[in-house]
Design a binder for this molecule. Structure first.
Ligand code: HEM
Length: 298
């Protein structure tokens, strides 16, 4: 039976290198925590279903070569989720007009990407990404990891080579997880790319930032499937209001430290996150949640 350990966004904040550098930041994945199920499952799956029905072409992509990997993934998902007493009888209803990855996406809270090794590099040959964090999903269809990450400043210098080596070496018995963090005033599950530069509201201030801004963590896992050899990348969104992140002073301190101290090119890429982080810093200092001393300690 799966152990049920709720995970919240603040739990996944760990220190970033100083000075700034993107890092792989992968850690061994406990199999119990591959797919997370929480009390929002029914509501989220209903919303995901509606999003797919309305915008399938912007969410679902599948090349013929991904078929074997998707079938294997389907079996893995069922095997994993059926360990929960409340999901023992779960099925994946595959309509014959539907891509298999769509049918899988309708029963998990995670967005899904499937990658195959091609001569040009690891390539996303299928995906079901309904709730991206400010990125343009269709522009990544059928693309390699290097092309997918083109908008990320410093990707070439910090990540391209380590990622190539890592993906080639990933083995089925050693899955991993990592996390990305964003600050947003938009509580929606699906965040469109313009939100990077245009916060939803222009009335966020030091006085209301704790109640209006959310920490949004992408809990990402990477697993290689043993039969097909594909790599499955899952992205689970965890959201928490800043007022409740304050109950985790170390996480709050690390967030403010790292997100207010980004170099200019990265700041431009994470523009609304950087702007919110400045307000959160002023709020946390003015209310005594953080001190200047805590923020400068390494
Ligand atoms: C170990 C594996 C990976 C690492 C270290 C990594 C690293 C990163 C980093 C540092 C960013 C910028 C995040 C930020 O805003 O703070 C990013 C963005 C992104 N990553 Fe990854 N990534 C990995 C795997 C993947 C995979 C497998 C995919 C999809 C197949 C993917 C898709 C993306 C996308 C779509 C973005 C946003 C790009 C945009 O702004 O258009 N990543 N990644």
């Amino acid at each position: 039976m799966l152990k049920h350990t709720p995970v919240c966004a603040a739990d996944l904040i760990s220190p970033d290198p100083q000075p700034f550098k993107w890092r792989m930041g992968v850690k061994p994945l406990d199999n119990d925590k591959w797919l997370l199920v929480d009390r929002h499952r029914d509501a989220e799956l209903e919303e995901i279903g509606r999003l797919i029905d309305a915008q399938r072409d912007e969410i679902i992509y599948s090349e013929p070569s991904a078929q074997a990997g998707c079938e294997e993934l389907s079996g893995e998902v069922l095997r994993h989720l059926r360990q929960r007493p409340d999901l023992e009888t779960l099925t994946i209803n595959q309509d014959r007009h539907q891509a298999p990855i769509e049918a899988i996406r309708r029963v998990v809270q995670e967005d899904l990407c499937l990658l195959e090794r091609r001569p040009e590099g690891w390539t996303m040959t299928a995906c079901a990404v309904a709730i991206p964090t400010q990125w343009d999903v269709p522009s990544k269809y059928g693309k390699t990891l290097d092309v997918i990450h083109e908008p990320v400043p410093r990707y070439d210098s910090d990540l391209a080579q380590p990622m190539r080596t890592f993906f080639d070496r990933l083995r089925p018995e050693t899955p991993v997880w990592r996390a990305n963090r964003t600050l947003t005033d938009d509580p929606s599950l699906r965040l469109m790319p313009q939100r990077r530069h245009e916060p939803m509201s222009d009335d966020i201030s030091v006085a209301n930032v704790a109640d209006r801004v959310w920490l949004r963590v992408e809990y990402q896992t990477l697993r290689r499937l043993p039969q097909s050899g594909v790599i499955v990348f899952t992205i689970r969104i965890l959201r928490q209001k800043i007022s409740s992140v304050a109950d985790y002073p170390e996480a709050l301190g690390e967030l403010v430290r790292s997100l207010t101290d980004m170099p200019e090119d990265v700041r431009g890429y994470k523009d609304s996150t950087w702007r919110h982080a400045g307000l959160i810093k002023d709020w946390a200092l003015s209310t005594g949640q953080l001190t200047n001393e805590a923020l400068t300690k390494s």
